[in-house]
Design a protein around this ligand. Structure first.
Ligand code: FES
Length: 130
């Protein structure tokens, strides 16, 4: 790949954009996210159907929701390697790291995710209208 890019650069041809293939979804899981309770909106559970693929983590599922279903969803994450701890949240009632918890290992079609200030925050949903 590097040699190919170098060859294109030498010939002064435009370097093609990298195309990332989306993994093929295997099934759909319902991710229920606890939202609200920050003073902006009432606390509630919101369910999102998410197409999951092999190796997908709960953090990947939340990122998918944010990108494809609900851009107002906010949560913390940083390293995506289980080091920083910023993605810690309650997943099916257990304190876990979202970036290390694979959806497949949970063995269920419904995943409940609750962040208590550190995980899923909700400061950006339901903007106040006047
Ligand atoms: S993002 Fe750092 S531990 Fe999950």
């Amino acid at each position: 790949m590097f040699v190919e890019l170098e060859r294109l650069a030498m010939r002064r041809e435009p370097v093609p954009a990298v195309v990332r293939a989306e993994p093929r979804p295997e099934r759909t899981v319902l991710v229920r996210v606890f939202r609200g309770g920050t003073g902006v909106s009432a606390p509630r559970m919101v369910a999102y159907p998410v197409p999951v693929h092999k190796g997908m983590t709960v953090l990947d599922a939340l990122l998918w929701i944010k990108e494809h279903a609900d851009p107002t969803l906010a949560f913390r994450s940083s390293c995506r390697m289980g080091i920083c701890g910023s993605c810690g949240m309650l997943i099916r009632g257990e304190a876990r790291l979202a970036c290390e918890t694979q959806v497949a290992t949970l063995g269920t079609e419904v995943i409940e995710v609750v962040g208590s200030g550190l995980g899923v925050s909700d400061g950006v949903d339901d903007p106040v209208t006047t």
